[in-house]
Design a protein around this ligand. Structure first.
Ligand code: ADP
Length: 651
């Protein structure tokens, strides 16, 4: 998988988990809580609305009861009774007494009406249901219609048999309700009277029905009650009558706030209860006397309650209020918007988090993957730059540790292989050198002896021959030295161990090359740990040290310095280094340094045996020798020797 796909994968995974673990349950929870609270709220609103409606009903009922009580009291008032007696006894003879009683009662009724303003027209009917007294707006209305009776009527004769029949069956002394014939309707012919009229049959002293008191309520007080009743919402009130006995009144809308129709005005909207909410309100009322329901289009919630305004009648009023649904659920609409905003916010946050998390997770993983590939290709590893979680950090450092130790092990293995190869090379070359050395050494010895003999016997004056012989002798001695070196190298003499006091031993070795260093203008500094001892062959090791110093002097430019340093390591070894500031060793030369006879020095200056002999000696001591270029541009040769002598297996 490539890096970008890995990052995208991690990102979408984190996003999914963050989203699924937080946003989804949280949103669902909030939605569920909101749903629950909304239901609770609706129940509360329902309760409050129903309480409001019932409060209005009880106020209306109180008012109607009060009006009934007033009418009842009026029926038994002394003026009324005095007039009743006069009415029963009226004839041509007693007409004056009748007129006086009538006038008394009319005056009383006028005064009464000026106190009870909202009591509409008051009528006193005789036993034929003809109006004998009519008082309206606090004053009498006299039409003076003459009939068969000796007294005049205040209104045209009643001709409605239905009305007449109806009032004859009423119980005397009790308030009942009737509908006046259309000709006497206070609202005129245009509009059906919203309320029925209260009627009380009047009795004379013999218990005979002598007439009727008929009071018409114009509903001003009911209008006021409805107007002043506390409203919860902007729902409009409507009151309609359910009248199973009179078809034309069944479903009649008496009060309709939305249309401005009230009890006391003459407006008639011609609206019927069966039209309200597509007939649903009527259906609901017939099913249950009070309750609430939502309209089909879901725009309104209609609350209603049925009320029986007239005692002993099947007529009922349905009081209803339609509240806009929006208003009820307004607080939750805001909450719902808040939830949506929250969900969007959470979505963005989880995306950002996923992005951040992916970067935190993916970047170190990608880096690690890159390092793994680099490691496989043997390329240098990059430094971990991104901040990782502790687990990935641990993985990274474990990998770094593995890579480092493996590379170190590889280096050591390469070094060991090189050394092994060098040893093998040395061994085979050593064998050959030993053979050649022996063969050449003897003739060289003979040549030297013969030259000495010839020089001794040659006359002094043969100066030129003498000079040639000296040259021959010198060249032979040089050849002998080389051969001895070859033999030393080939012989691989086992070390004779003694305890070497390193600081003293270094100083003694230095003394042997100090002059040479001075001639080359090179200074030598030593930093040797005082009291450092090592077991080894002092002479062989001195040969090694001198070899290294001579090589360093040869490589060093004038005025530079050579640093010799020796100390004891923690693992019981001595580490001795010779560092110069010379020309260093090229990569090409480096692998050949320990090869016998490899030299870059001019003829006569180097034999190419110094380092290979040194390697042999150090290996015999169970130590190691390594060469590397140092930070000063020169070479550092490091020797590691065990502090205590170690016998090599083949020694
Ligand atoms: P020789 O000194 O006789 O050349 P060595 O085996 O001692 O033989 O050294 C082999 C070669 O290693 C040298 O010719 C030289 O090129 C290189 N060499 C050794 N020591 C150093 C040094 N300190 N700085 C640079 N090159 C060195």
């Amino acid at each position: 998988m490539d890096e970008s796909r890995l990052a995208v994968n991690i990102r979408s995974n984190i996003f999914l988990w963050v989203f699924a673990a937080t946003v989804v349950p949280l949103t669902l929870l909030v939605l569920a809580v909101t749903q629950y609270s909304e239901r609770q709220h609706l129940e509360q609103v329902d309760g409050q609305m129903m309480t409001g409606l019932n409060y209005m009903i009880s106020e209306i009922d109180r008012r109607l009861t009060f009006e009934r009580d007033v009418v009842e009291a009026l029926a038994v008032s002394p003026s009324m009774q005095a007039f009743e007696s006069a009415l029963v006894d009226v004839d041509e003879v007693h007409l004056d007494e009748y007129e006086i009683a009538k006038d008394d009662l009319t005056t009383f009724l006028e005064e009464f009406q000026s106190v009870f303003l909202d009591v509409g027209t008051i009528r006193v009917l005789d036993d034929d249901a003809n109006t004998v007294i009519k008082v309206r707006f606090g004053s009498r209305l006299d039409e003076t219609v003459t009939g068969i009776k000796p007294y005049a009527y205040s209104e045209s004769e009643a001709v409605d048999d239905f009305f007449f029949g109806e009032i004859q069956s009423l119980l005397p002394g009790q308030v009942s309700y009737v509908l006046l014939p259309a000709s006497r309707n206070e609202f005129g012919f245009d509009r059906t009277a919203p309320m029925l009229d209260a009627i009380v049959p009047l009795q004379d002293v013999f218990g005979q029905t002598s007439g009727y008191l008929l009071v018409n309520s114009i509903g001003v007080q009911i209008d006021r009650i409805l107007e002043l009743a506390p409203r919860l919402y902007s729902g409009k009130l409507m009151i309609a009558e359910i009248n199973p006995d009179l078809r034309e009144r069944d479903g009649l809308v008496l009060y309709d706030e939305a249309q401005g129709q009230v009890f006391s005005t003459a407006k008639d909207t011609r609206k019927n209860l069966s039209d309200v909410a597509e007939g649903r309100l009527l259906e609901e009322v017939l099913r249950q006397p009070s309750g609430a329901f939502n309209t089909e289009n879901g725009k309104y919630r209609i609350y209603y309650s049925e009320y029986l305004p007239y005692p002993n009648q099947l007529i009922s009023w349905v009081i209803a209020s339609a509240v806009p649904q929006d208003e009820i659920s307004a607080p939750f609409a805001r909450i719902r918007i808040a939830i949506i905003l929250f969900a969007v916010f959470a979505l963005i946050m989880s995306l950002l988090l996923a992005n951040y998390g992916a970067r935190r997770l993916a970047d170190p993983i990608i880096e690690l993957a890159g390092n793994l590939k680099a490691y496989a290709r043997g390329e240098p590893l990059s430094q971990n730059s991104s901040t990782a979680t502790s687990e990935i950090e641990e993985l990274q450092s474990a990998f770094d540790y593995m890579a480092q130790t493996t590379r170190e092990a590889e280096k050591e293995r390469d070094q060991a292989e090189l050394m092994l190869l060098q040893s093998a090379k040395l061994a085979s070359i050593g064998e050959m050198a030993a053979g050649i050395g022996h063969e050449i050494n003897n003739p060289l010895n003979n040549i030297t002896a013969l030259v000495r003999l010839i020089r001794r016997e040659l006359p002094e004056d043969q100066v030129e021959v003498h000079h040639d012989l000296v040259s021959l002798q010198e060249e032979t001695e040089r050849a002998t030295r080389i051969v001895r070196g070859i033999l030393d190298f080939a012989r691989q003499v086992p070390p004779k161990y003694t305890t070497i006091h390193v600081p003293v031993w270094v100083d003694e070795s230095l003394a042997l090359v100090q002059q040479m260093a001075a001639d080359e203008g090179v200074s030598i500094n030593t930093h040797v740990e005082p009291g450092l001892y090592v077991e080894g062959d002092s002479t062989q090791l001195q040969q090694v040290l001198i070899n290294l110093i001579i090589n360093a002097i040869h490589a060093s430019p004038r005025g530079s310095s050579i640093e010799i340093e020796a100390h004891r390591t923690r693992d019981e070894a001595m580490e001795l280094s010779v560092c110069d500031q010379g020309c260093g060793v090229s990569d090409e030369v480096m692998p050949k340094l320990f090869d016998p006879f490899f030299t870059t020095k001019p003829v006569g200056k180097g034999s190419g045996l110094g380092l290979s002999i040194s390697l042999g000696i150090i290996q015999h001591h169970g130590g190691t020798i390594s060469v590397h270029n140092n930070d000063f541009g020169g070479v550092s040769v490091v020797i590691r020797l065990p502090i205590t002598a170690q016998q090599k297996p083949h020694d």
